[in-house]
Design a protein around this ligand. Sequence first.
Ligand SMILES: *Cc1c(COP(=O)(O)O)cnc(C)c1O
Length: 227
Amino acid sequence: MIAENIQRIGERISASCLSIKRNPAEIILVCVAKGRSIAEIKEALSLGVKDIGENKIQEALLKYNLMRQEAGDRLKWHMIGHLQRNKVKDAVKLFDLIHSVDSLLLAQEIDQEAGKIGKLQDILLEVKTSPEATKSGFVPQELGRAVELISGLTNLKVKGLMTIAPLGAPLEQVAESARPYFRKLRQLRDDLDKKWLLSMGMSDDFEVAIEEGADLIRLGRAIFSRQ
Ligand SMILES: *Cc1c(COP(=O)(O)O)cnc(C)c1O
């Protein structure tokens, strides 16, 4: 099942890229492994997955230790969930890219912990592109100022922006209903730094995200669940 899913996802990524004349090889598929077993994840790895996304530090640490023996340093680890400040020390040791930096305080904490271990930590800034109260992230109006301040921190590097589209639309409308939020993120990026990457798009809306300029898509169910 995972093999068919990944094959099908590859085809869908290619089709979306064709419509916007982009090279599918540029799109990074982050395999969201939260809640999945080691066996499932190993199967995905055997099928060419190189990027793993996790949203909880404890779970990520456990899998990291088991997976490193399997995949050595070929894997890239992505933190996609809300990061508590008291977990930053572990996060910095483990993750290649932290997608979910949602406050100046968190960025400062990451900078400090990265400094202690001599790491330049790659991060994305999470943006609250919709007014939903449950979402975390910088609101668009404060993003410019936050970027200025965060750019002054020497142990981290801002590589781009991340957003999560609001949930709750009826299934057949999920993808299209996400488009305005993805477009908003792209506009913000274009205003700040055109070279920055965009992390947007999940199982139900990744094709729309690619059409709107996604560089990293984060897929869980599309990889691991029966489609
Ligand atoms: C769980 C999660 C995903 C993957 O969601 P699916 O709908 O399973 O593809 C992507 N991004 C974030 C931030 C998540 O928490």
